[in-house]
Design a protein around this ligand. Sequence first.
Ligand code: AMP
Ligand code: GLY
Length: 421
Amino acid sequence: MNVLLIGSGGREHALAWKISQSPLLQNFYALPGNPGIAEYAELVKNISIDDNAAVVKFAQEKNIDMVVVGPEAPLVNGLVDALEGAGIKSFGCKKDAAQLEGSKIFAKNLMKKYNIPTAKFEVFDNSDAAKNYIRKEGAPIVIKADGLAAGKGVIVAQNLDDALNAVDEMKNFGAAGSKIVVEEFMDGEEASILAFTDGKNIIPMVAAQDHKRLNDGDKGVNTGGMGAYAPAPVVTAEVAKLAEEKILKPIIAALNSEGITYKGCLYAGLMIVDGAPKVVEFNARFGDPETQAVLPLLESDLLEIMDACASGNLADKKISWRNESAVCVVLASGGYPKSYKKNLPIEGITKAKSLDALIFHAGTTEVDGKILTSGGRVLGVTVTAENIQAAIEKVYKCVDVISFENMHYRKDIAARALKNV
Ligand code: AMP
Ligand code: GLY
């Protein structure tokens, strides 16, 4: 198969690494890709991932059999609709299904209608009404912008003052914040379940846990994710079964009842409250950095599974996983998620690879054969080992040999897993 991968982050590097191992793969292109992805795929320049017509034209010219869409923006922007309209298969969902991530109100209303467990909520387009509701409910309470706000449109307010201020802050998110969701605070432990789906059948992957806060001990501001590990022991066999039966299967069925077919990867962000999973959010794509921890455990052929999802043939697929643990530590540039320096030379990537680490590029650029930083999250360092303890020890040995100016990373990735083992 000729494959075009859309995206440029650590998630897409992990996807490219795994797809490149498929015996089904022939020509492989990435738009725009990154220097890590360039090891497996030809990078496509001069086309914007927002330009659906240009992507379709490129796919036609190169006889692409399947387009794999990494990030949410092109899904919400209807790229898969445009590709399918031109008869090109895609791994990724269409615009209507991507609303599950693109609009929190759409997702919450759907869950309410079909009794899918999630936090109690109300929707407001008027600040005063939202504030009155918050005063009535009390804190802690959670305030969310409706639309895509690059992961920043959620405020978990611990006291009433912060909650009331959060309502005003939503105005900073422009159109995304013109409607807001106020929801019950769920007190539990978070986990991410990514699942393959062909629109009818759904197969969950091993559960992962992200680390959203910047600093050790879950301190500091929220980020795109500072590290992940899999499998997450908080998702016991019982929790996994509940998630599949009460959340994953019902949401696919709910979408079908609304006339929407969801194909691709469905990401359920869960809060495990007293042993029962509840939905924090859905994303319409693979999670990042979760994917960098989950895919190294996948034994089966990813491209074959993606083809089954795109073709509606997932029912007879068997997916197997390594009986190991994976830990991914994100190396960020000092200052992230606010401002940070760019173009800093990175040392030690080859050495870390020789220690059996997978180095996924998230924000790098190549200049004259040297790898430099170009983003806030720079690299994901992933290892697999026989258990989580061994994986933690191994990953930090690999991290130790990599350096760039002002490198920041968490030293406690996967530490929570040890409490649950
Ligand atoms: P979201 O973008 O909806 O995933 O929210 C970002 C983060 O805010 C989540 O990963 C949780 O840590 C937290 N969060 C969101 N909603 C809730 C909730 N109802 N209760 C507790 N924490 C929440
Ligand atoms: N790791 C969180 C996300 O992908 O949205």
